[in-house]
Design a protein around this ligand. Structure first.
Ligand SMILES: [Zn+2]
Length: 309
């Protein structure tokens, strides 16, 4: 009896200690799981991090949920990609979360694309025609250089919001930078074989990847980001693929549709489904793992094509 009571008391004490410990952690909420992974790499045991979006979702069509509002109302730090990727759902959530710590302009609000040179910036900023990339291409999480850029932004944010953790964050960031050195060397090696390979994509989401590994994108299946193709556009794309020798059509899981398969078929090529964000799937559960998987899949797809015209 006495022992039971003692055990109960010990359990209660342990729970209290655990909850006290948990509340001391910096609560970080990110939009993409890619950002959450890098926060985890740099933040280690000092942070408790959650992503609002799943890696397989269409990032342009995220539906706000009450659970997101709860997470944001408790957050110490919020990290987004920016470049209008989250502009259809994040501003409303932030307003309703009424959390001054993560309001835009506050140290708890982190825009991952600050300082990132965007590609495909339109000459005039507008959403005319439904363009989903009004401030340039937001899909830079798929650039092999993104890990280094985001890790630096996240290190600065974690130090600003939790100065007591500076040395821990800096040490973890230094370890992550070494992992990035090794990973970037692997991707540069893969790029030697990918350079000059012509491809088409469904959505304009692999432009940063293509720039780094030397793939040549001859066109997109979509007419414009977010605008489905017309029959004339598909005919033009298939012609361009034939002329330029492009036989791979890159797509994410969210856009791997019958239409993509038809384009690949008509161009006598094949569809390559690549991860477009970090997922729970084996091998792509970290940002570095995802980039490894992308390069491996591209090389495998290249090897699977019949030689010659
Ligand atoms: Zn997009």
């Amino acid at each position: 009896m006495r022992l039971d009571r003692l055990l109960l008391r010990a359990a209660a004490f342990l729970l209290l200690a655990l909850s006290a410990g948990a509340s001391e952690k910096l609560r970080v909420v990110t939009t993409l799981p890619d950002l959450a992974d890098i926060v985890r790499q740099v933040g280690g045991a000092r942070v408790d991090v959650n992503a609002l979006v799943k890696g397989t979702e269409n990032q342009h069509a995220v539906v706000a949920k009450p659970s997101m509002l709860i997470a944001l109302s408790r957050a110490d730090v919020f990290v987004q990609i920016g470049l209008s990727l989250e502009s259809s759902w994040v501003p409303g959530l932030l307003e309703n979360a009424r959390n001054p710590r993560i309001a835009p302009g506050k140290p708890g609000f982190v825009n991952g694309s600050d300082g990132w040179p965007a590609l495909d910036v339109p000459a005039s900023l507008s959403r005319q025609g439904g363009d989903l990339h009004p401030h340039g291409n937001p899909h830079f999480n798929l650039s092999p250089r993104a890990g280094r850029h985001l890790a630096a932004r996240i290190l600065a944010a974690l130090v600003a919001n939790d100065p007591a953790g500076r040395s821990e964050y800096e040490a973890a960031h230094a370890r992550y930078a070494l992992a990035l050195d090794a990973a970037e060397a692997r991707w540069a090696k893969a790029a030697e074989r990918l350079r000059g390979v012509a491809v088409a994509t469904y959505h304009q989401e692999f432009d940063y990847l293509a720039r780094e590994c030397g793939l040549v994108i001859v066109g997109t299946v979509e007419l414009k980001p977010g605008i489905p193709p017309t029959p004339a556009h598909v005919i033009g794309l298939v012609d361009a693929m034939r002329v330029r020798g492009a036989r791979l059509v890159l797509t994410g899981a969210w856009s791997n549709t019958r239409q993509v398969a038809q384009v690949a078929e008509q161009a006598q090529g094949r569809v390559v489904e690549l991860p477009h964000a970090v997922t729970n799937a084996q091998g792509s559960d970290t940002w570095i793992g995802m980039m490894d998987q992308i390069h491996t899949k591209l090389l495998e797809a290249l090897d699977s094509l019949p030689r010659g015209p």
